[in-house]
Design a protein around this ligand. Structure first.
Ligand code: PLP
Length: 417
């Protein structure tokens, strides 16, 4: 069983807490950079491989800047995310707008930035033409429906998921775009989320290479850009293994040779829009124990709640917990680890074996770097917490301050009461 260790000491944490209070998320720059380099190396064979980081996972411009320096682009799903990518210096077709139920202003901003636009529905062709005009590179999101197994609680089964175009619509969409004079085409799919089985990614690439061949045969259209979406899982549990990226890269390379190169359809630029695997394991939620409570079960109450990390409450997701300074203590106590929301599912862990916990202990919740702070909300008047970056020199920098009561009240005009 892999051990889940911390990339900082208790003493370092105490320093950060003295300066910034709790709770906060902290991201580890060195580990993020090293991981990105591994992903890029697995696809170094691919013509102009591009990972567009899914901004929704960690929408912080300082993180985006680090990723840009490593050669990544951005996958944006809203106007706000497009602006974040722009502020981080990510440009043109390094940005893809991959949204659904899209408002006109998002299409306009994407067009202005020179981004790739990935349409989620055939009816969006006319809408896009009317509100913004077409981009240089137009892409469509394919939903294989019953033609492809996959899916889970996060993304839904393909045939029940709201995303993308059916196979029939895909051919019709490219035909329409060709008739409208489009010259550069991309295609996109995302059918899995938080998947640890590497075969899924290879199978998805196989399916898409076949589809690229069919589009060429039926419509004489060359697809120049294939985006395989995100969805690479991370080992939230100590007994899980990370996805073997080299294995995935090699499997996709073999399929590319067989289905794309052998049919004279290369080059196709392979892209991904992973979020979770880029930042997830390299971010931690740091919080402190406020209270202990013993009723029918034993509870540990934290100063963080599901507004800081919603995944356990939303999906029953496992997030590992470490109590710094007690790493070697026996796990001989069973606790529910809770936040303070008036929601009974505001629990980071249920029946979790942990060392004896005392009021004031620091609690570190692992794998909170993606879809963590990003999913925060203000229910129960909770203020969103700070984000820190642990630099390679061991210093922490604040990359988003905590919200204040003034921030919370800024949208209310009390003078009209
Ligand atoms: C369209 C799209 N792309 C990429 C992602 C990122 O997925 P992940 O963080 O699981 O890699 C998501 C996640 O919701 C998504 O909806």
């Amino acid at each position: 069983m892999a051990e889940k260790t911390l990339p900082f000491t208790k003493e370092q944490l105490e320093e950060f807490i003295k300066e910034y209070g709790t709770p906060f998320h902290i991201y580890i720059e060195k580990d993020i950079r090293e991981n990105v380099r591994k992903l890029k190396s697995a696809f170094s064979w691919a013509p102009e491989f591009k990972e567009h980081f899914a901004v929704k996972a960690t929408p912080n411009p300082y993180i985006l800047k680090i990723l840009r320096e490593e050669g990544l682009g951005a996958d944006c799903s809203s106007l706000t995310e497009l602006i974040l990518a722009e502020k981080a210096g990510i440009k043109k077709e390094d940005i893809i707008l991959s949204s659904n139920d899209t408002p006109g202003e998002e299409f306009q901003k994407a067009k202005e930035l020179g981004a790739i636009i990935n349409l989620d529905d055939i009816s969006h062709i006319d809408f896009l033409e009317r509100v913004a005009g077409f981009p240089d590179l137009i892409s469509f999101r394919y939903n294989p429906g019953p033609l492809r197994a996959g899916g889970n609680d996060i993304i839904g089964k393909p045939q029940e998921a709201k995303y993308g175009l059916t196979k029939e619509q895909i051919f019709e969409a490219y035909r329409i775009m060709k008739n409208k004079g489009a010259r550069r085409f991309g295609i996109h799919t995302m059918v899995i989320s938080n998947e640890l089985d590497p075969e899924y990614f290879i199978e998805t690439a196989n399916m898409m290479f076949d589809l690229i061949g069919e589009i060429y045969e039926k419509l004489d259209i060359r697809i120049e850009y294939l985006n395989l979406g995100g969805g690479i899982g991370i080992p939230y549990r100590p007994e899980e293994e990370p996805v073997d990226l080299d294995y995935v890269g090699e499997g996709i390379r073999r399929s590319y040779e067989e289905k794309i190169v052998a049919n004279g359809l290369d080059p196709v630029k392979i892209a991904m829009e992973s979020g979770r695997m880029i930042t997830g394991p390299y971010g931690y939620l740091v919080t402190k124990v406020l209270h202990k409570k013993e009723i029918y079960k034993n509870y540990v109450g934290l100063d963080a709640c599901m507004a800081n990390l919603m995944r356990p409450a939303l999906y029953g997701a496992y997030h590992h917990i470490t109590v710094p300074g007690k790493e070697d203590w026996p796990l001989d106590h069973i606790y529910d680890v809770t936040g303070s929301l008036c929601e009974n599912n505001d629990k980071f862990a249920i029946d979790r074996p942990l060392p004896r916990i005392d009021i004031g202990d620091i609690i570190v919740i692992h794998d909170a770097g993606a879809h963590g702070h990003a999913m925060g909300f203000n229910y129960n008047g909770k203020l969103r917490s700070a984000e820190l970056l642990l630099k390679p020199d061991g210093q922490a920098a604040i990359i988003r301050r905590a919200e204040t009561l003034e921030d919370y009240f800024a949208t209310l005009d009390f003078s009209k009461l």
